[in-house]
Every structure is written in structure tokens, then in C-alpha cells.
Design a protein around this ligand. Structure first.
Ligand SMILES: C[S@@+](CC[C@H](N)C(=O)[O-])C[C@H]1O[C@@H](n2cnc3c(N)ncnc32)[C@H](O)[C@@H]1O
Length: 222
């Protein structure tokens, strides 16, 4: 597929300079590893994705492009300017058309009930207002449209991981541009008022990233 222009339709991006560059490097370098560790959850959430237009919240450098059919249009809601060049290059290599919305998912410039599929991975941990984001997702989805998600979440209360998550919350959040290790994202999705939600929680076996190894994945239907 030939290169198509990126359309900036709305712009309120952020740039954390050194941290942004670090995160773009980190997720590009560990992309294969993170995708391998999360593969069972991504398969469950994204494996049946067949739509030709997909809205992705916070796609970063394009971690989920392999789940999109070639020729698909990716509407990428990614406010972090340090991710944009790698995302555009990867979309081009994957034959996926990119429409970049350089703004926060808390307020998407998309019409009500206009979208069939919204996906995200490892994003609701990081957005400043996860309830507002999930409300936005529900607003833009058509009745019957799907929100597919893979997220790391707060470990069970009183577990060792839960204590580690709370201890590391501050420095981890600073390093990973707002990522909250101890967020109950499942509850956020449950209370958003979707018609039906299926989700399950897993401990990611074999992952070296102990604090983020409690994860959920699922599909919520509008
Ligand atoms: C931990 S990274 C995950 C990136 C990618 N989804 C992945 O699985 O590798 C979190 C992503 O969320 C993006 N992000 C942060 N705040 C956001 C917001 N308010 N709306 C949309 N995306 C946001 C970040 O820029 C970053 O790309």
C-alpha cells in the first residue's frame, strides 16, 4: 500500500520530552516481548477483530497492528507526540491507513454512535480520567458496537503484588507518564453502562514486569 497522508483532525498533544522519548523507545524495544506475554489476552480480546475501521485509544508505537486486517483504517487517539513517528512508520509497513487524532481519549472528536470497534491495551492505567474515557467510548460506539480491552490492573487486596504496586506507584507513574499500577479498571468498565460485558483476569505467567502482571481482558458491547 502506498503511503497516505496522516490527518491531524484535532490537536491537543503532550510532549514529556525525555520521558516521552524513553517511553517510545521502551515500548518499541519491548514490543515483541510484551506482545508475547499478553498474547492469550490479546487473542481473546482482539482475535476476532474484522472491522475495516478501528478506533484505538493510545496505540503508542502500534503494538496492536498485527490484529488489524491489512488495508484497515486505524483511527489512532494518541496525544503523545513522541509516539507518532514510529506509529506512522509501522502503519505504513503493515499496510494500515492511519488517521491520527493527537488528543486525549477523554474527549474524542467523533460523532455519537459512529464507530463499530474501539480497542485499547495498557491505556486505561495511564489516562488521567478513565471513567471519562470509557464514557466517551460508549458515546461513540454504535448500538451493538464493541469495546475490546487488555489492561493491567490492581492486584487482589492484601496480596504481595498489591503491596508492591502501592509502594512503587509514585516513581512508576512518573517514569511511565502517568501509569497507575493500582487502578481497578475492571470496575471502571463495569460501571460505564454497557449492554453486556465479558471479561476475565489473569496473572501473566513468565513476565519479568512483576508489578503489572495482574491483567484483565474483555469485550464490552454498546
Ligand atoms: C503504556 S502505553 C501503551 C501503548 C500501547 N497501547 C501498547 O499496548 O503498547 C500508554 C499509552 O496511552 C497513551 N495515553 C496517555 N494518556 C492518554 C489519553 N488521555 N488518551 C489517549 N491515550 C493516552 C500514551 O501516550 C501511551 O501511548
Amino acid at each position: 500500500m502506498s503511503s497516505r497522508p496522516i490527518t491531524h483532525v484535532h490537536a491537543e498533544p503532550f510532549d514529556h520530552f525525555v520521558r516521552g522519548r524513553f517511553n517510545a523507545w521502551f515500548f518499541a524495544t519491548l514490543d515483541t516481548y510484551i506482545n508475547r506475554v499478553t498474547e492469550p489476552l490479546k487473542q481473546a480480546a482482539f482475535g476476532s477483530l474484522a472491522a475495516t475501521t478501528v478506533v484505538e485509544l493510545g496505540p503508542g508505537i502500534g503494538a496492536n497492528l498485527t490484529y488489524l486486517p491489512a488495508g484497515a483504517l486505524l483511527v489512532a487517539v494518541e496525544p503523545n507526540t513522541r509516539m507518532h513517528a514510529a506509529l506512522a512508520a509501522r502503519c505504513e509497513r503493515a499496510g494500515v491507513e492511519l488517521r491520527l487524532i493527537a488528543d486525549s481519549a477523554e474527549r474524542m472528536p467523533l460523532a455519537d454512535a459512529s464507530v463499530d470497534e474501539v480497542i485499547c491495551s495498557l491505556v486505561l492505567c495511564t489516562v488521567p480520567d478513565p471513567d471519562a474515557v470509557v464514557r466517551e467510548v460508549r458515546r461513540v460506539l454504535r448500538p451493538g458496537g464493541r469495546f475490546r480491552f487488555v489492561e493491567h490492573v490492581a492486584a487482589p487486596p492484601r496480596s504481595v503484588r498489591s503491596r508492591v504496586q502501592r509502594a512503587l506507584r509514585g516513581p512508576w507513574g512518573w517514569t511511565f507518564e502517568g501509569c497507575d499500577l493500582h487502578r481497578d479498571t475492571g470496575a471502571v468498565i463495569e460501571r460505564a453502562g454497557f449492554e453486556r460485558t465479558t471479561m476475565f483476569e489473569r496473572v501473566l505467567r513468565g513476565s519479568i514486569f512483576y508489578p503489572v502482571n495482574t491483567a484483565i481482558c474483555g469485550i464490552a458491547w454498546r
